[in-house]
Design a protein. Structure first.
Length: 154
């Protein structure tokens, strides 16, 4: 998510929905090229509610998979794997999304995102020192609940 909501904080959830509306609008429009090289929309079904969810996410294409991360509550819907759709560069693609249970694997995904996408550290709330996000900063984010997610395409 571009603006992560805090679990249980309705004001933050409302602000996140408002803040995520603009990138979602752009990514669904003919102007998606302004953002779609680094941002996509993930869609999935809630395990308990059965409700359809969508969220804008920063992503990195890594061969036949997509890497992303979040600290938002929706990550729980991808534990153990779940079908997802991505609106990726203006096209809908199906895949299987998995929230990574291994903290080392999550940290590796976050490192790849931080290194590949200049704005990602700020969006993920990670501090840069001397132009780089430290391993300790990433490990702290994982301890606070940020997880790496892989989406296998196809």
């Amino acid at each position: 998510m571009l603006i992560p909501p805090s679990d249980g904080d309705e004001t933050m959830v409302s602000l996140a929905r408002f803040g995520n509306a603009f990138p979602t609008l752009i990514l669904r429009s003919p102007l998606h090229g302004l953002m779609s090289r680094r941002y996509a929309i993930i869609e999935f079904t809630g395990r308990k509610s059965g409700r359809r969810y969508t969220a804008p996410v920063a992503y990195l294409l890594d061969g036949d998979r997509i890497l992303l991360s979040t600290d938002s509550g929706w990550r729980r819907n991808l534990v153990g794997g779940a079908p997802v759709q991505l609106l990726l560069r203006g096209r809908k693609v199906a895949g299987s999304g998995t929230a990574l249970a291994d903290p080392v694997a999550s940290a590796a995904v976050i490192r790849r995102l931080v290194d590949a996408i200049p704005s990602y550290a700020r969006l993920a709330g990670l501090a840069r020192q001397n132009g780089r996000v430290s391993e300790e900063e990433i490990a702290g984010a994982v301890q606070r609940g940020r997880v790496g997610i892989t989406v296998m395409l196809g």
